[in-house]
Write a protein that binds this ligand. Structure first.
Ligand code: GDD
Ligand code: MN
Length: 394
């Protein structure tokens, strides 16, 4: 660069104050590798990650695409500055959305690179494994290279015993779906060819954070997998976004892959929760019917059961849309009561109609079939209406 065209960047790649935005010179050869990095509150890691990629990927035509879900910690300011000073850094800013898997999918769809890697921003994944992954895919003998903590040469720096156990268990469950012998199907660190990713992209569930497993279970033809060892490092800054309920999300995803094409898993969950609600109702009734009038005890039991169902559905069934804060919860709870009340009227009305209808040979005079049909109608209504009135999308 000559004097007046100097690139005014400091070591972190941030622009010096007052500097005109200058992009790095184009590499002059086609992009080969795109690294997709989902971020949420990773302010202190993204510049360091870019610098490490630069060091580890010399000789490779690469870019990095950060996909940030509107982090409140200022990550986006850092990303903007990085992208201004280095043309190989791009980012996608998503608003009103959350989710590691969906972030990864959108990142991959935003690039044309023939090879796409996915890695965490928090420096836990070892960037030195990337060239080895790329070399494996370039042979054409594999569709996907997975960074593995469990093959020889890989490992975990320090994890408490609980997490190691949970991870191993989830790994075993995953083996059933992955259609490949994989030592680390839970890995969030992998590289895939573009055609392989595209062959499964429309079938991806996109829920939760197990994008690798989702992909392996979604392609029509099983992917050819190789594993590349690496050591999972400790997080340097910030904190993990994965809380204990991600295990639940993971189970839901497995179930969705297994039966989701027949019946929506969310509906199944809603029904199971409703079934638990019946037990709650009967327990309350058993405890109170001696003290109160039957009507009062039955009414109270119904309210307790509905309240129970509301909170369980809010935590599990509608986890991705869960209501938080006193106001949202109160509003949602009363909307849920109202939906259930209409559902109960529909249930009783339909059941009674079928029981009375003389031209319905199957149901007329049959309390069991009529009653079950009423319950089904009520349940479908409750499910459909509560997903509109209680747990609204977006
Ligand atoms: N855009 C976006 N949206 N990014 C997110 C979100 C989100 O809702 N949640 C997490 N991330 C980003 C984080 O900023 C980080 O870069 C990466 O996704 C992984 O999140 P962590 O919170 O660091 O996850 P972890 O370290 O507990 O789990 C990692 O290891 C697991 C293996 O045990 C991940 O790599 C998992 O995918 C992996 O299975
Ligand atoms: Mn992490």
């Amino acid at each position: 660069m000559d004097d007046d065209g100097a690139i005014l960047t400091d070591r972190t790649g941030l622009l010096a104050p007052g500097a005109a935005p200058t992009a790095r010179p184009a590499l002059g050869r086609p992009l080969e590798l795109s690294i997709i990095v989902p971020t949420f509150n990773e302010r202190d890691s993204v510049a360091e990650l870019s610098a490490r990629l630069d060091a580890a990927l010399s000789g490779i035509a690469w870019e990095v695409v950060f996909v940030d879900d509107d982090s409140p910690d200022g990550t986006l300011d850092v990303l903007a500055a990085l992208a201004r000073s280095d043309g190989r850094v791009r980012y996608i800013h998503r608003i009103g959305r959350r989710g590691l898997s969906s972030a990864v999918i959108e990142g991959v769809l935003s690039t044309n690179a023939p090879y796409v890697a996915v890695m965490d921003a928090d420096l836990q994944h070892d960037e030195h494994a990337l060239p080895a992954m790329l070399a494996q895919l370039r042979t054409g003998l594999a569709d996907i290279a997975v960074g593995s903590r469990y093959v020889a040469g890989g490992g975990i720096e320090t994890w408490d015993r609980g997490r190691v156990k949970a991870s191993r268990l989830a790994t075993r469950a995953a083996g059933l779906l992955a259609r490949a012998q994989l030592s680390d199907p839970m890995s969030g660190f992998f590289m895939v060819t573009r055609p392989a990713f595209m062959s499964g992209v429309r079938q991806l569930s996109g829920q939760g954070f197990k994008i690798l497993l989702d992909l392996l279970a979604s392609t029509q033809a099983p992917l050819r997998v190789v594993e590349v060892p690496y050591t999972f490092r400790c997080r340097a800054h910030g904190e993990s976004k994965l809380d204990s309920l991600v295990v639940w999300e993971y189970g839901v995803m497995l179930l969705d892959k297994a039966v989701g094409h027949l019946l929506p898993v969310r509906f199944l969950m809603f029904i199971v929760v409703g079934g638990l609600g019946v037990f709650v109702h009967m327990a309350v009734l058993a405890a109170l019917h001696a003290q109160l009038s039957f009507l009062a005890a039955q009414g109270l039991a119904a309210v307790v059961a509905m309240t129970f169902n509301f909170f369980v559905n809010n935590t599990l069934t509608y986890r991705d849309r869960r209501l938080k804060g006193v106001w949202a919860l109160t509003r949602g709870l009363f909307a849920f009561y109202a939906v259930c009340a209409v559902g109960a009227v529909a249930n009783v009305g339909i059941a009674n109609f079928l029981f009375q209808a003389e031209n319905h040979a199957l149901t007329a005079g049959n309390w069991f079939v009529s009653g079950a049909a009423g319950i089904l109608v009520g349940a479908v209504w409750n499910y459909a209406a509560s997903s509109v009135f209680t747990w609204r999308k977006g």
